[in-house]
Write a protein that binds this ligand. Structure first.
Ligand code: URA
Length: 237
């Protein structure tokens, strides 16, 4: 990975601040100042110091969030060579994998780790961790439809558990409505199928939260490491 990216990813400073410090000679790799932001480093063996402070190595346990764009498959590899979410984290150790999945066309918060216990906790239905989505649907579902979504509705894989469903805004220009939907199950294509069951197709879907964790303003296609506090909070849910 490139030096500048590694330090910025660790969250110690913004990309721009990191670059400035590197150019000023305030960043060392194995004790030597390096003036080149693109200097290649080995994330598992090199010791990096940023303004005298050790940047934690990316060894052992890795936890990160990606803002997944539409059009990327959530899989570790694709036989047909289509773009996968692994392409977006290709400069990290190969031991990491996505926790759960988002559909090809679904965007937003996707976690990665190499910590099996952490992944298990987040995926196991008994922990009932809430996942928050923004859904843009065709038309304007009436109160009855929204009520049915809240109570639980039958989709091909069974009846969904009660969900929190809030109408956010109606866009009269393209006759679509934006909702916030909170579910704690992970049935296949659940949010899309829930709206389909009340006669409204989802035109865009974005996951913005898992438990208390929020995607925030992480740019599309980019990832960042979770803070220690974020990891512990998710583990305690
Ligand atoms: N619900 C869906 O329909 N798709 C996803 O990717 C996640 C939840």
């Amino acid at each position: 990975m490139r030096l500048e990216k590694y330090i910025a990813t660790s969250g110690i400073a913004s990309r721009r601040a990191v670059k400035k410090s590197i150019l000023a000679g305030l960043v060392t790799v194995n004790g030597e100042p390096i003036f080149v932001p693109g200097h290649p480093i080995n994330v598992e063996t090199d010791t990096i110091e940023f303004e005298g402070e050790r940047v934690e190595p990316l060894t052992e346990r890795i936890y990160l969030m990606l803002n997944k764009p539409a059009g990327y498959l959530t899989t570790r590899s694709d036989e047909r060579g289509r773009p996968t979410v692994m392409n977006l984290v290709a400069d990290l150790p190969e031991s990491i994998y996505p926790i759960g999945r988002l559909d090809l066309e679904t965007e937003g918060l996707l976690l990665f780790t190499n910590d099996g216990d952490f992944a298990y906790r987040l995926l196991h239905p008994s922990y009932e961790i809430e996942k928050t989505y923004l859904a843009w649907v065709k038309g304007v579902p009436d109160d009855g439809a929204v009520q049915r979504l809240r109570q639980g509705i039958t989709i091909p894989s069974g009846k969904t558990a009660p969900a929190k469903v809030k109408q956010l805004k109606v866009n009269r220009d393209d006759a679509s409505t934006q909702f916030e939907v909170v579910i704690h199950e992970g049935k296949k294509r659940q949010v899309r199928l829930m709206f389909k069951a009340v006669g409204h197709s989802v035109v865009r879907l974005k996951r913005v939260g898992i438990g208390n964790l929020r995607l925030g303003n992480l740019p599309q296609g980019q990832y960042r490491l979770l803070t220690l506090r974020e990891v512990t909070t998710l583990m305690e849910l």
